[in-house]
Design a protein around this ligand. Sequence first.
Ligand code: G3P
Ligand code: CA
Length: 276
Amino acid sequence: MSKNLLIGTGMALSLLLSPFSQAFAEEPTTGERKQVENVAHRGATAYAPENTIAAFDLAVEMKADYIEIDVQRSKDGKLVLIHDTTVDRTTDGTGKVGDLTFEQLRSLDAGSWKGEQFAGESIPTFEEILDRYQGKIGIFIEMKSPELYPGIEEEVAEALKERNLDKPQNEKILVQSFNFESMKKMDELLPKVPIGVITSNPADATLESLQEISTYADWFNPHYGMVTEELLSQVHSMGMKMGSWTVRSQETADFLFEMGVDAIISDYPDYVDPRN
Ligand code: G3P
Ligand code: CA
């Protein structure tokens, strides 16, 4: 076999074995793509600093259906939006989120790391983001490492109730976490708000596990590497929806679209809806 043929055969085999091989070859139309909820991961993160108003405003401008936010808590009890449990990567400060007061967190520059044009962006509070975007765009609320913040479930629930965001007619709010116990608690506190579990662990996708999860969750949100037509069909048959993450290439967006997931969580809202 020639070297070129060997390379070609190798590429064909790796394509066959990749998750993308399950996708159909045909390009979806824009109309078809709109069947999928377009969730801007930490805002339009590819183009603006994650979990800041700049990224959330851009997601609105790009006509995403939802923003995804990560909620944690300051030392003095304020709910704030930041992904990592330290401020080191996304601000000009250092230290654990939970060891810094709100005043200390708020004084940090959460934009310059992404580009000088974002200098001065600050860490938002959960409540100001609810107030700013309620009714303008949906919100996937991720409770990030809630085990570090005892009682945070009650605080998040209270902030939603104060704004009437716990009512069944509001379909544009979802609460999710990698921490399943925390989500069981949220389901008790907010029985009418959709609850999601996030996972990259295939052990969570067994029939037994899915059945247990479906007793309190409405969404099963796996890493895209776990998504198959069979898993999606099981999730749907148990009455749950699926949102998958994190899309950072057009190829991954197309794969998830062809699988038929209900929501695509992406740094690039334009990969999910090409009109943007
Ligand atoms: O929405 C799911 C996704 O946000 C989970 O991953 O690490 O970006 O919070 P992460
Ligand atoms: Ca997140």
